[in-house]
Design a binder for this molecule. Structure first.
Ligand code: PLP
Length: 375
């Protein structure tokens, strides 16, 4: 037998890991730094790491009360009802729950290009189709109502990413409101705030709750994750915050025990560890600033824990920096050839990355866009 027709499906291309690269090149893993997957350079919250160790003895039980406790803690953090918190196996898992809850076979979703691949993948798994709106490189990937609405054609879900991966641009809440207002009544606007902690903008939770001068809406949902600012990418924990009106759909679409006992305990510890998040955010700000100032290539302003740089032949540059021990992300798989995305590392990692990329650019003497160092 064969699986169903998967010819429209593509595999997710994750950033390459240190072990994987070291093995392939026959080198020692300690020679490498990985700045390819927007992971936390300070590791997990120490409190979460302790909680994971302590949870070891109780993993023979299904996670029931810890799941409730974490939903309560997240709800408390956002001042929403716990039922509005859809915990999941990573932000990606939350995207799947939204697909399950919203999409009928044949429904389309509208996604940004360049953009995060999993929105479209999830829609296809759920027998939906994918259409794109373009964030123009020439417009510095600006996200406006016009960029989205000019492509909109009645899709059931519209994905916005703020801060946007891989460019780092953000969208104002007033613009999200216009998009939600101008799209059909049956269109859900999902604001993916996977990098929200790193940005100087308010969360779109204001839109579904009717805060900060906005009217409450039932057609906006927010996506968040513990993978980035909290340093728990390996644990797989994320969530959607959805409007009260249809929050009860969760019970009918989720995989039983949507987040593991270990994930729930780690999340509970991490959500109270403000110090770790603050340190992480401060490091990312310094790092992205440094890259913008020092990289010998055009670097776009970023509100995330990464920076996008125009380097010409991105595949050649990423390969050459990897040879020199610095793993960065070739953005071709995001639909953005000619660019690399560099995750904000520690001060030392960032300096090494900049030095390495600059050396490679000089060596390859690649044609590239003129430097921009203003703003
Ligand atoms: C990392 C990321 C996510 C979620 O990742 P998880 O590890 O599944 O939580 C979602 N959206 C974007 C744009 C991301 O970069």
């Amino acid at each position: 037998m064969q699986p169903r027709d998967l010819s429209e499906h593509v595999a997710y291309e994750a950033g390459r890991g240190i072990e994987e690269v070291a093995r392939e090149l026959g080198r020692d893993p300690s020679e490498f730094i990985k700045l390819a997957s927007n992971e936390n350079p300070h590791g997990p919250s120490p409190a979460a790491a302790d909680a994971i160790r302590e949870a070891a003895g109780s993993v023979s039980s299904y996670p029931k009360s810890t799941h409730t406790d974490l939903a309560d803690a997240v709800a408390d953090r956002w001042s929403v009802d716990p039922a509005q918190v859809w915990l999941a196996n990573g932000g990606d898992g939350a995207i799947d729950y939204l697909s399950r809850a919203i999409l009928e076979p044949g429904d389309d979703v509208l996604v940004p290009s360049p953009g995060f691949a999993y929105y479209g993948m999830s829609a296809r798994f759920h027998h939906g189709g994918v259409r794109e709106y373009t964030l123009e490189r020439e417009a510095d990937f600006a996200q406006t109502p016009e960029t989205v609405l000019s492509a909109y054609d009645g899709e059931r879900i519209v994905y916005l990413t703020s801060p946007h991966n891989p460019s780092g641009s953000t969208i104002e809440l007033a613009a999200v409101e216009v998009i939600a207002e101008e799209t059909g009544e049956d269109t859900l606007v999902v604001v993916d705030e996977a990098y929200g902690e790193f940005a100087d903008v308010d969360s779109a939770v204001s839109l579904l709750e009717g805060r900060n001068g906005f009217e409450a809406r039932d057609d906006v949902a927010v996506l968040r994750t513990f993978s980035k600012a909290y340093g728990l990418a390996g644990v797989r924990l994320g969530y959607a915050i959805v409007p009260d009106e249809w929050a009860d759909a969760y019970a009918r679409v989720n995989t039983p025990f949507a987040a593991s006992e270990i994930a729930c305990r780690a999340g509970l510890a991490a959500i109270d560890d403000d110090e770790h998040v603050e340190r992480t955010v401060a490091t990312a700000r310094d790092s992205r600033e440094y890259m913008r100032e020092r990289l010998g290539a055009r670097v776009w302003p970023s509100e995330g824990n990464f920076a996008l740089a125009a380097v010409g032949d991105a595949t050649a540059v990423a390969e050459a920096t990897q040879e020199r021990g610095v793993i960065v992300r070739d953005c071709s798989s995001f639909g953005l050839p000619g660019c690399i995305r560099i995750t904000c590392g520690t001060e030392r990692e960032t300096e090494r990355a900049v030095e390495t990329v600059n050396a490679v650019l000089e060596e390859l003497e690649l044609e590239r866009e003129p430097e921009v160092t203003d703003t």
